[in-house]
Design a protein around this ligand. Structure first.
Ligand SMILES: [Zn+2]
Ligand SMILES: [Zn+2]
Length: 233
């Protein structure tokens, strides 16, 4: 697990506050380093997928020729690079009445440390064409070599489950797979931000959470439900 122990350095001249990291973050891969200052959970990741892809170099052991189910698959010219992501998400997420629109680029982080992007290929441009460049696990790299998911990360849902925790968006609210209580959700089951409030395995007292669906807008809808944190890379 990538959870950093709560440790006080009594000799340091500057004090860094550390707080316990909630157990739910143990669901992240050990490659993601996670800490908390009580206000924000910080997640550091290199953004490289923990699964094979046709976007690794042919000589790389992680290379796997496309073997997905899309007959229209067409590889884009980009490749997978190593990033220095630092996601800071609220430790106590709260609703934001402004519901800010999601930006292009990273809007969240999956449990394997890969970036989550929104439902657009460009400013308000649907993913229609981009979908054909998704690899066998539904991700692809952009021109900055950032590998990312716009839709269901198949490696995660195949290996964990269709109801698994998929990751968190920048507002600190969790994202779950499409299956809940035996039902496969579609966008019309969710609110305009693509979520709802109920108990989950990780939050038995209930929390707002997003769901991935097979239909657009896939992960997030009309903006963040909550007040967003930040991401640098
Ligand atoms: Zn993309
Ligand atoms: Zn739900």
């Amino acid at each position: 697990m990538g959870v950093v122990a709560c440790k006080k350095d009594t000799t340091a001249s500057t004090t860094t506050t550390t707080a316990p990291v909630p157990d739910v973050f143990k669901k992240f891969a050990s490659t993601v380093m996670i800490s908390s200052d009580g206000s924000y959970i910080t997640l550091k990741s290199n953004g490289v997928p923990d699964h094979k892809s046709c976007y690794f170099a042919n000589s790389d052991s992680r290379y796997e020729a496309y073997n997905g189910s899309n007959p229209a698959f067409a590889k884009n010219p980009n490749s997978i690079g190593t990033k220095n992501f630092v996601f800071k998400i609220p430790a106590n997420p709260s609703v934001d009445a402004a519901h800010q629109p999601t930006p292009l680029g990273p809007i969240g982080i999956a449990v394997n440390g890969v970036a989550i992007y929104n439902q657009y290929a460009g400013p308000n441009q649907p993913l229609t064409g981009e979908i054909n460049s998704f690899d066998q696990y539904n991700g692809h790299p952009d021109p900055t070599a950032t590998y990312h998911y716009h839709v269901e990360p198949l490696y995660i849902t195949l290996n964990l489950s269709k109801s698994a925790l998929i990751g968190f968006l920048l507002d600190g609210f969790p994202v779950y797979g499409p299956l809940e209580n035996g039902k496969t959700l579609i966008s019309s089951d969710l609110d305009t931000y693509h979520g709802h409030t109920s108990a989950t395995v990780d939050y038995p007292n209930g929390i707002y959470h997003y769901h991935i669906t097979a239909d657009a807008p896939y992960i997030n809808g009309a903006g963040f439900y909550g007040t967003k944190g930040s991401v640098t890379q």
